[in-house]
Design a protein around this ligand. Structure first.
Ligand code: F6P
Length: 349
């Protein structure tokens, strides 16, 4: 008998979501199963918003950014009766399985619903931040790094023409993956990330040393989650105000680049400008690497559904797509290891 497989995308969108939707749908349909979109992440399950996905819906979506089935940061555990309503709609819609595509928040809900309520769910690791454990890389990250790297390349030429320091603020929440990778790829002169609290004084020292060596411009990449750190030991986190925390307790980051640029200009005397890349890093078409990774994840998720491997997630280990427990993926945030930062630091100043 045909199985009904639900699919949802939750949290911040990212390039490659549609490639996963296409791959899951193609493989499920080929097996004679039916696929149903759950609209806008967990909100769609709580509110009972579904529509069928067939060949027509998934045609031409491989290179398209965003998600054709919508997303939200809804947390059923934070809504009155949210969990019961979600489970009720799962039943009444006649779903046999759910594929949840998301980051730590979306997959954290999936892991909990599986462990506590027995929901037949499998996960796919998505986020431009690459901060999910149990997988080497999430899809969307490569595209974000490509966009940030191109921006750094472009800023180099204008920085050089004007003898300026250019501060580039990138996303990543509380991890510095995008900053480190794009900074290495773009040849940044200083990279500041949450995991390695290099002080503002040391960053300025690197810039001054570089200018003393005859260079008349510098590129500084700062991750939005970097806390301004001072030699005195004082720390300062910059958030957007007023911005209430979302249903997963996340504050809205952003703005550290502006404060840092002012500090650099005052302390070094070099003219400094700031560029905040923001949601540009999440928009548009996925890179070929992300399209391929997302496709492989989607096929694996469909296979996990077929094998009834509930409570698992498709993951990348080396070059292999493997199965891992969902719980392992959300147990801890994956931070940038010191040896990756050492690669970046070798080119500071
Ligand atoms: O998690 C992805 C991400 O883009 C983070 O890098 C960023 O801090 C956050 O989402 C922004 O969220 P929103 O789209 O709600 O502004």
């Amino acid at each position: 008998m045909a199985r009904q497989v639900g699919i949802l995308t939750g949290g911040g969108d990212c390039p490659g979501l549609n490639a996963v939707i296409r791959a899951v749908t193609r493989r499920c349909l080929a097996r004679g199963d039916e696929v149903v979109a759950v609209r806008e992440g967990w909100r769609g399950l709580v509110e009972g918003r579904f529509h069928p996905l067939g060949p027509r819906e998934i045609s031409g979506i491989l290179p398209r950014g965003g998600t054709i089935i919508g997303t939200s940061r809804t947390n059923p555990y934070k809504l009155e009766g949210g969990v019961e309503r979600a489970l009720g709609h799962f039943e009444s819609q006649g779903l046999d399985a759910l594929v949840a595509i998301g980051g730590e928040d979306t997959l954290g809900v999936a892991a909990r619903l599986h462990d506590e309520k027995g929901l037949p769910v499998v996960g796919v690791p998505k986020t431009i931040d690459n901060d999910l454990s149990a997988t080497d890389y999430t899809f969307g990250f490569d595209t974000a790094v490509s966009i940030a790297t191109e921006a750094i390349d472009r800023l180099h030429t204008t920085a050089e023409s004007h003898n300026r320091v250019m501060v580039v603020e990138v996303m990543g929440r509380h991890t510095g993956w995008i900053a480190v990778m794009s900074g290495i790829a773009g040849g940044a002169d200083v990279i500041l990330i949450p995991e390695q609290p290099v002080s503002v004084e040391d960053a300025c020292e690197e810039i001054s040393r570089r200018h003393d060596r005859g260079k008349n411009f510098s590129i500084v990449v700062v991750s939005e989650g970097y806390e301004l750190t001072y030699a005195s030991g004082e720390k300062r986190r910059v958030e957007q105000a007023p911005a209430p925390a979302d249903q997963f307790g996340h504050v809205r980051l952003g703005g550290v680049g502006e404060v840092l640029a002012r500090e650099i200009e005052e302390r070094t005397g070099y003219e400094t400008r700031v560029t905040v890349l923001g949601h540009i890093q999440r928009g548009g078409s996925p890179t070929p690497r992300d399209r391929v990774l997302a496709t492989r994840y989607g096929l694996k998720a469909a296979d996990l559904v077929h094998a009834r491997r509930w409570g698992t997630m498709a993951a990348l280990h080396g070059d292999e797509i493997v199965e891992v427990p969902l719980r392992d993926a959300v147990a801890a945030e994956k931070t940038v290891p010191a040896d990756w930062y050492d690669v970046a630091r070798a080119f500071f100043g």
